[in-house]
Design a protein around this ligand. Structure first.
Ligand SMILES: NC(=O)c1ccc[n+]([C@@H]2O[C@H](COP(=O)([O-])OP(=O)(O)OC[C@H]3O[C@@H](n4cnc5c(N)ncnc54)[C@H](OP(=O)(O)O)[C@@H]3O)[C@@H](O)[C@H]2O)c1
Length: 274
């Protein structure tokens, strides 16, 4: 990666929308902590926030947005439609509700959270709201290659811009990413640290690579994803960890480092299989 590439903080989605490559996720952050965490994350430098209808904290994300002092265009907000709100009509109604909770005229990215139930009807609603400018980009989450291929081929006039899937050194999604790229869909990682499972933060390979650059295993993981072109949603409730997680644009992993991390892939979920 060139010096310029190393500093690149945005990716351009398949419809020309620019999205920060490194975002902040608010899953499992309690309502009462969400506003403070989002404000801290923004102070640290994060500009993309990843929430969902099922996280029950869209309103608290909005409170932070209102208070942070940045203009709306400087932030990139993602939310996700929960499966109970699938089907064309219910999905449309639920996004209107999300717009209200987020107190915004538009949402930057709306994803279908999981590939179950009437996600075709829900996707049609996303397309309509996209054409009306209420959503700047639409996408999916947890769509494995077969489901993603299906939705991309099903006579769609808007190909998903993003597919957010579990991606970490222990579940790298190499083949899935190849399939997404074939259709022009950008990959986004959820749980890039695997929520710390399987000793992720003390993994010998990651720690030893980090030592060469005076970086932590967490920073090596984020850097590795960025160099693979993977968009990231990472979470922390601690401001010093947020700072650590954002401080990944001043070093570059070598091909050897990248190959060593590749060997950690178990090609299996650390959580559950959809
Ligand atoms: N689409 C989906 O189905 C889906 C599913 C899961 C997650 N997501 C999205 O992805 C985001 C991230 O995933 P996640 O929250 O499940 O897991 P994650 O980001 O892999 O891990 C979060 C955990 O790592 C800890 N942590 C963060 N930075 C650290 C650091 N530098 N050193 C040590 N520990 C650190 C956090 O602790 P503290 O908070 O205590 O600092 C927290 O326990 C979510 O917030 C959500 O937006 C989407």
């Amino acid at each position: 990666m060139s010096r310029k590439g190393r500093k690149k903080k945005y990716v351009t989605l398949n419809n020309g929308v620019k999205m920060p490559i490194l975002g902040f996720g608010v899953y499992q952050i309690p309502k009462e902590d969400t506003k403070r965490c989002v404000l801290d994350a923004i102070k640290v430098g994060f500009r993309a926030m990843d929430t969902a209808q099922s996280y029950f904290n869209e309103s608290e994300v909005e409170e932070a947005i209102k208070e942070c002092g940045l203009s709306r265009e400087d932030l990139f907000i993602t939310t996700k439609v929960w499966i109970d709100n699938y089907g064309y009509e219910k999905c449309k109604t639920s996004i209107k509700e999300s717009l209200k909770k987020l107190q915004t005229d538009y949402i930057d990215l709306v994803l279908l959270h999981q590939p179950f139930s009437d996600y075709y009807g829900a996707y049609k609603a996303l397309e309509e709201l996209y054409h009306q400018g209420k959503i700047k980009a639409i996408g999916v989450s947890n769509f494995y290659p077969d489901r993603l291929t299906d939705i991309c081929l099903f006579d769609r006039d808007v190909i998903p811009a993003v597919n957010q899937v579990e991606t970490s050194p222990l579940n790298q999604q190499i083949k899935a990413q190849e399939n997404m790229e074939k259709y022009g869909v950008a990959i986004e990682a959820w749980a890039p640290f695997g929520e710390g499972k399987s000793g992720m933060f003390t993994n010998e390979t990651l720690v030893n690579i980090g030592k060469k650059y005076n970086k932590s295993a967490a920073q090596v993981i984020l850097r590795w994803l960025i160099q693979r072109g993977v968009i990231i949603a990472c979470k922390s409730t601690h401001v010093e960890r947020m700072q650590e997680n954002f401080d990944v644009f001043d070093f570059e992993l070598t091909d050897e480092d990248m190959n060593n991390i590749k060997k950690l892939d178990s090609n299996d979920s650390l959580f559950f299989n959809h």
